[in-house]
Ligand binder design. Structure first.
Ligand code: ADP
Ligand code: MG
Ligand code: ZN
Length: 628
């Protein structure tokens, strides 16, 4: 760190001003000018009037412009000796003077000392000055780059950034839908509660458990539940908080954390986002990062530094185990990995049950149907979903959460905020045709997911939306399912072209086309579903800046690259022709449903299928769809 005089001066000045303020403040309140007459005991104004009436008062000296008086009077309690009291007078007591005159008591007024006024004036000025200087510094600080004067002052203080919870209050019951992970971690609870059971037979208690999974799946919750079940304190810190501007700060935080933990053993240390600090050393663009590496080294040293049975278990969470430094995963460190994945349909139901415990649900609400409608939702998404539904219920002043609120909440979580629908116009009709295109093509293809509803109410970026219900868990997806999806996604553009002609097609299909191209490309390069044969030509796209292999190179030649492009085109064109054919052959029903949609703005899947069935054969399996 660079020492700078400017920093010193800039910070001493306000300190002096504050100091001065306090110093003068301490004296300004005392009637410093009472001199020898100062009295220790006080008397109330009322008592003073009583004494006056009883003719006990002998003399009165007024100070501070008549706000304080030193009163000499005969005290009946101490053998009628003359005593002095201090009396605070009310601001307006003009009758007092006349009374004193009337009783012929000697009184005197003492002027205020002039410098008192000056102090007062200064005192009034100090606060605005302080405020202005403060604002000035705040402004300077925020306009500086990190490492400027403001930051520099924090250096070395090593404020404890970790949190400690003596009791997390979370139990395994609060974590649902991730049974395997829970079972694996049950053991850790036993380690913490009865370590002797393991040490007696010479077993080494694991020091570290790595929870791997996408955000929101309940990793933090699980770690807290372990602490809660075992009844031990929970220390938590996020990996990103270790990484600081200054070399050495992160390492000292690690030391602090482990020291605190040792004092409180048995306990759990939870390191969230460990990939922020535990990434492969020497990797990344621009070489290594000294600070991070030192922090990581310190972490490794600390983990080696305590014996297995001190009762500290470190739980770390990440969603990128592949980028972690190999040293972290060695035996004796994070040698246990527990995968925490997004829940399946049964898991989602259990999570919904946990979060519905403290909510008032209408008896008609079927949590099962919700869990079927929300594939890919994590525990956090589901918790958020029920909360949104509860908020909507309160806003609509209903007694209990009904299906409608949940339905709206799902839409909102998936597609964003609801907008206001367009008024009837040409563009509204065009959007209607586009959406009906998706819905109709999707309904008439055997391998497509059934339509759940079509709506012209805008949400997020979309002007209209067609929702499909994935009617089973998306495990393996077949080639014909993928093609059906591509065709369905092209249905919108196909409808625009068939109805309005190729000159009138709109930008509304941009998102669809992006999806379509992505799916078709993956069919060719990853799933071997084209004439190029069963080859894996590209690995899943990784983030360039984060991974250890930031040079994700394509594994094929130029010649193959152009063949890939050609195959992608073949797939997309074939599907597009198919979609256009469907639209051309179903013009009558399309027009009828569009009229209905423009009028009603939302059509649900069941009604949609009924209308379509009047004109044509809807694939049978789609007749029986769980309706929400
Ligand atoms: P992560 O740490 O994996 O990102 P969190 O543990 O922070 O996820 O989860 C956030 C919230 O989501 C939790 O506080 C909880 O309310 C809810 N949640 C997530 N997963 C589950 C689950 N499996 N069971 C119950 N609630 C969950
Ligand atoms: Mg978390
Ligand atoms: Zn579309």
């Amino acid at each position: 760190m660079k020492f700078s005089w400017r920093v010193l001066v800039l910070w001493t000045l306000p300190a002096l001003v504050i100091g001065f303020f306090f110093w003068q403040g301490a004296f300004a309140n005392a009637p410093a000018d009472m001199g020898k007459n100062a009295a220790n005991t006080r008397m109330t104004y009322g008592r003073f009037l009583e004494y006056l009436d009883a003719d006990r008062v002998t003399s009165v000296d007024l100070y501070e412009g008549g706000r304080t008086a030193i009163v000499e009077a005969i005290d009946p309690d101490i053998e009628n000796r003359i005593q002095r009291w201090r009396v605070d007078l009310p601001i307006s007591a003009p009758e007092l003077i006349s009374k004193l005159k009337e009783k012929q008591i000697s009184f005197d007024a003492h002027p205020m000392r002039n410098d008192g006024a000056i102090w007062g004036l200064l005192g009034n000025l100090v606060f605005p000055i302080l405020l202005i200087t403060g604002l000035f510094f705040l402004f300077r600080r925020s306009s500086n780059l990190p490492g400027g004067p403001g930051q520099a002052m924090n250096f070395g203080k090593s404020r404890a950034r970790f949190q400690m919870e003596a009791k997390t209050g979370v139990k395994f019951d609060d974590v649902a839908g991730i049974e395997e992970a829970k079972e694996e971690l049950q053991e850790v609870v036993t380690f913490l509660k009865q370590p002797e059971r393991f040490t007696a037979v010479g077993a080494r208690i694991p020091k570290g458990v790595l929870l791997v999974g996408p955000p929101g799946t309940g990793k933090t919750l699980l770690a807290k539940a372990i602490a809660g079940e075992a009844g031990v304190p929970f220390f938590s810190i996020s990996g990103s908080e270790f990484v600081e501007m200054f070399v050495g700060v992160g390492a000292s935080r690690v030391r602090d954390l482990f020291k605190k933990a040792k004092d409180n053993a048995p306990c759990i240390i939870f390191i969230d986002e460990i990939d922020a600090v535990g990434r492969q050393r020497g990797a990344g663009i621009g070489g290594g990062n000294d600070e991070r590496e030192q922090t990581l080294n310190q972490l490794l040293t600390e983990m080696d530094g305590f014996e297995g049975n001190t009762g500290i278990i470190i739980i770390a969470a990440t969603n990128r185990p592949d980028v972690l430094d190999a040293a972290l995963l060695r035996p004796g460190r994070f040698d246990r990995q527990v995968t925490v994945d997004a829940p399946d349909v049964k898991g989602r139901l259990e999570i919904l049950q946990v979060h519905a415990r403290n909510k008032k649900l209408d008896p008609t609400v079927s949590l099962e149907a919700i869990s079927r409608r929300t594939p890919g939702f994590t525990g956090a998404d589901l918790a958020n979903l029920l909360n949104e539904a509860a908020i909507l219920t309160a806003r609509r002043r209903k007694e209990a959460i009904t299906l409608r609120e949940i339905d709206d909440a799902v839409d909102r979580v998936v597609a964003g905020m609801e907008g206001t629908p367009l008024v009837d116009s040409k563009s509204k009709r065009l959007i209607a045709y586009h959406e009906i295109g998706h819905a109709l093509v999707g309904t008439l293809l055997k391998d497509h997911d059934p339509v759940q509803k079509v709506t012209l109410i805008p949400r997020g970026q979309a002007q209209g939306l067609t929702w499909f219900t994935p009617n089973e868990e998306q495990g393996l997806i077949s080639r014909s399912q993928l093609k059906a999806r591509i065709t369905g996604a092209l249905g919108g553009r196909a409808a625009e072209e068939v109805i309005f002609g190729s000159a009138e097609v709109t930008t509304g299909a941009g998102g669809d086309l992006q999806q379509v191209t992505g799916m078709a490309r993956q069919m060719v390069t990853r799933f071997g579903m084209s004439d190029l044969g069963p080859l894996s030509l590209e690995s899943q796209q990784g983030e360039v800046f984060l991974g250890r292999d930031w040079t994700t190179r394509s594994e094929y030649s130029e010649a193959i690259a152009s063949r890939i492009d050609a195959q992608v085109r073949v797939i997309v064109e074939e599907c597009y022709e198919h979609a256009k054919k469907i639209m051309r052959e179903h013009r009558t029903v399309t027009d009828r449903i569009v009229d209905l949609l423009v009028e009603k703005e939302t059509i649900d899947g069941e009604e949609f299928r009924q209308i379509v069935a009047e004109y044509t054969d809807v694939p049978e399996k789609q007749q029986y769809v769980p309706q929400l």
